[in-house]
Design a protein around this ligand. Structure first.
Ligand code: C2O
Length: 557
C-alpha cells in the first residue's frame, strides 16, 4: 500500500513539475576531448566537446540558471564563451581567455554558472582561446518562459542549423604558421552545415538531411559558427520568414537568402509549401573585398516526409560571393519587433560619443618572412592580451600593471578613411588599453571601416550587452548628415554587427552591466591580429549594480 502511495505521489510530482513556471537549474557536462574526424574523406583529430562536431545543443528557458562543468582532457588551454548571453553581474562566466578568466588548463575543471535573464532565442557557445572554436562550438537555445508563446505562428517543428568552416589540416597549426611568417593564414577547405560539407569534388560524402511536414511551419535556428567567413544561406524552392536574430525578435519579413556573419544567429520560419520532394540547402561565402576566401559551397538536403522519388530540386542560382546588394537588402530589412511585450529601449541621450576606426596594418617583425607582419587595430591600437591575469581579475582586485584605461575615443588622425589615398605608414601602437564607463551611462559608437591594406566587412561583437544598430552607410561617417537619419524607434537589437566594407555602422547601448567586456571582430583571423579592445563598466551604487565576487573554482593563470 505504502509503495503504491509513493508511486502515486511520484507520478503526481512528475506531472506537476513541467507545469511549474519556476525557473530551473540546467546541468550540463562538457568533456573537452580529442576525436578523430573524417570530413572531406580524410581523417584528422579535432578538439571537441563530448566527441561531437558541432558540439551539444544547450536547451534552457528564459530565467533558468545554467551550470556547465567543463573538464579539460586535451593538451590545449581551453575556455568557453556563451556568445550573446548578457551575463548580468556574472562576467566570471563570460569565457574569453585572459579577458574574464584565465584559461582552464589541461586536467583542470571550471563550472560556468549563469542565469538567462530577459533573453530568449538562439545563441551559440564556442571556445574563446586560440583558434579552437573552429571545432569547439554549438547552439544555445533559450525557450520563452513556460506559457509564453512566440510572437509568431507556433512552429510544428524546430531545427538547429550550425554553419561552419573546415580545414583539412589542424587549425592550430594553420594560425601558428601564419603568426610565424607574419602573413595571412590559409583559408578553409570547405564549409559545413551541421558538421557536413555535403558532396564536394573528389569526396562523395553525404550531407546533413532534415525532414519537413507538408503544409506546416518549421522554425530554423541558423547559427554562423565559421571562423572567418560571412555566409549566404538559401533553400531551393522556399521563402524564409525572418523572425528573430541574436536572440531578439524582429518584425517578420520574407526573403529567399539569408546573410549571416560569424557570431550571428538568425531564426526563420520555413513554410513547407510543396506536397513532397527533396530540396537543396546551401551555404556559401559572402565576400565583397579583394581578399582570399573559401569558395566551396556546403550543401544539405531538406526532405518532405512523404517523398518516395529521388529527384532533387537544386538551386537555380546562388548569390555570387560579391553580392553586396543581396546582403544590403537583407541587412536593411531588419527591424526590432518593438511590441508592447518586447519594446526597443533605444538610449535617446548619449553620454559617450565614440568613433572607432577599424583597420589592418603592418608592423616590423625581424623573424617574419618579409620583415613585417600583418596586424589589425581599432583607433590604431593593436590590442595585446595580458598573460598573467585576466582583465576582470585585475579590475576586481584592483591589480595595477595589467591594463590602462586610456583607450582613445577617437582615431589619432582624421583622414579620408575610405578614400584611395591611405597613409603610407601603416604601423600601429600596441597596448592593453580599455575604455572606462560609469554604470548606466549610455554609449553611441560609430564603427568606421578603412581602406588600410583593404576595406572589408567586419562583424564586430560586443560581450555583455545587446546594442541597437541605429545607422549604417557607405564611405565616411558624416556626423552632421548621418545622425539625422538614425533610427531611434525600431532599430534592430543584436550582439554582433557587420561594419560594411568601406562603410560605417552606428550602435547604441546602455552600460548597465558592471564588469570587463570584450569587443572584437568575430573574424578570428582579425581578432588574432589585434582587432579587439575592452570596456570596463564600473559598479553602480544600488544593491544589484555591482559585479559579483569570483567563484572559488575560477582558473588560475
Ligand atoms: Cu563569439 Cu568574443 O566571441
Amino acid at each position: 500500500m505504502a509503495v503504491m502511495w509513493i508511486q502515486i505521489i511520484l507520478l503526481l510530482a512528475a506531472c506537476l513539475l513541467p507545469l511549474s513556471a519556476e525557473a530551473m537549474v540546467r546541468h550540463y557536462k562538457f568533456n573537452v576531448v580529442m576525436k578523430n574526424s573524417t570530413r572531406l574523406c580524410s581523417t584528422k583529430p579535432i578538439v571537441t566537446i563530448n566527441g561531437k562536431f558541432p558540439g551539444p545543443t544547450i536547451y534552457a528557458r528564459e530565467d533558468d540558471t545554467v551550470l556547465v562543468k567543463v573538464v579539460n582532457h586535451v593538451k590545449y588551454n581551453v575556455s568557453i564563451h556563451w556568445h550573446g548571453v548578457r551575463q548580468l553581474r556574472t562576467g566570471w562566466a563570460d569565457g574569453p581567455a585572459y579577458i574574464t578568466q584565465c584559461p582552464i588548463q589541461p586536467g583542470q575543471v571550471y563550472v560556468y554558472n549563469f542565469t538567462l535573464t530577459g533573453q530568449r532565442g538562439t545563441l551559440l557557445w564556442h571556445a574563446h582561446i586560440l583558434w579552437l572554436r573552429a571545432t569547439v562550438h554549438g547552439a544555445l537555445v533559450i525557450m520563452p518562459k513556460l506559457g509564453v508563446p512566440y510572437p509568431f505562428p507556433r512552429p510544428h517543428m524546430e531545427q538547429v542549423i550550425v554553419l561552419g568552416e573546415w580545414w583539412k589540416s589542424d587549425t592550430e597549426a594553420v594560425i601558428n604558421e601564419a603568426l610565424k611568417s607574419g602573413l595571412a593564414p590559409n583559408v578553409s577547405d570547405a564549409h559545413t552545415i551541421n558538421g557536413h560539407p555535403g558532396p564536394v569534388k573528389n569526396c562523395a560524402e553525404g550531407g546533413f538531411k532534415f525532414q519537413v511536414e507538408p503544409g506546416k511551419n518549421h522554425l530554423l535556428r541558423i547559427i554562423n559558427a565559421a571562423l572567418n567567413e560571412d555566409l549566404f544561406f538559401k533553400i531551393a524552392g522556399h521563402q524564409l520568414t525572418v523572425v528573430e536574430i541574436d536572440a531578439t525578435y524582429t518584425k517578420p519579413f520574407n526573403t529567399d537568402t539569408i546573410v549571416i556573419a560569424p557570431g550571428q544567429t538568425t531564426n526563420v520560419l520555413l513554410k513547407a509549401n510543396h506536397a513532397s520532394g527533396k530540396y537543396l540547402v546551401a551555404s556559401s561565402t559572402f565576400m565583397d573585398a579583394p581578399i582570399a576566401f573559401d569558395n566551396m559551397t556546403a550543401t544539405a538536403m531538406l526532405h518532405y516526409t512523404n517523398t518516395l522519388g529521388s529527384t532533387i530540386t537544386t538551386l537555380t542560382s546562388l548569390p555570387p560571393q560579391n553580392a553586396t546588394p543581396t546582403a544590403d537588402n537583407f541587412t536593411d530589412s531588419l527591424r526590432s519587433l518593438n511590441s508592447k511585450e518586447y519594446p526597443a529601449r533605444v538610449p535617446k541621450k548619449v553620454d559617450h560619443s565614440l568613433f572607432f576606426t577599424i583597420s589592418l596594418g603592418v608592423n616590423p617583425c625581424a623573424s617574419c618572412v618579409s620583415g613585417s607582419r600583418v596586424v589589425a587595430a581599432i583607433n590604431n591600437v593593436t590590442f595585446v592580451m595580458p598573460k598573467i591575469s585576466s582583465l576582470l581579475q585585475a579590475h576586481f582586485f584592483k591589480k595595477s600593471g595589467i591594463f590602462t584605461d586610456d583607450f582613445p575615443g577617437k582615431p589619432p588622425v582624421m583622414y579620408d578613411f575610405t578614400g584611395k589615398q591611405q597613409p603610407a605608414n601603416m604601423r600601429t601602437n600596441r597596448g592593453t588599453r580599455v575604455y572606462r564607463l560609469a554604470y548606466n551611462s549610455t554609449v553611441q559608437l560609430v564603427l568606421q571601416d578603412t581602406g588600410m591594406i583593404a576595406p572589408e566587412n567586419h562583424p564586430i561583437h560586443l560581450h555583455g550587452f545587446n546594442f541597437f544598430v541605429v545607422g549604417r552607410g557607405k564611405g565616411n561617417y558624416n556626423p552632421k548628415k548621418d545622425t539625422r537619419k538614425f533610427n531611434l524607434v525600431d532599430p534592430v537589437e543584436r550582439n554582433t554587427v557587420g561594419v560594411p566594407s568601406g562603410g560605417w555602422t552606428a550602435i547604441r547601448f546602455r552600460a548597465d552591466n558592471p564588469g570587463v567586456w570584450f569587443m572584437h571582430c568575430h573574424l578570428e583571423v582579425h581578432t588574432t591580429w589585434g582587432l579587439k579592445m575592452a570596456f570596463v563598466v564600473d559598479n553602480g551604487k544600488g544593491p544589484n549594480e555591482s559585479l559579483l565576487p569570483p567563484p572559488s573554482d575560477l582558473p588560475k593563470c
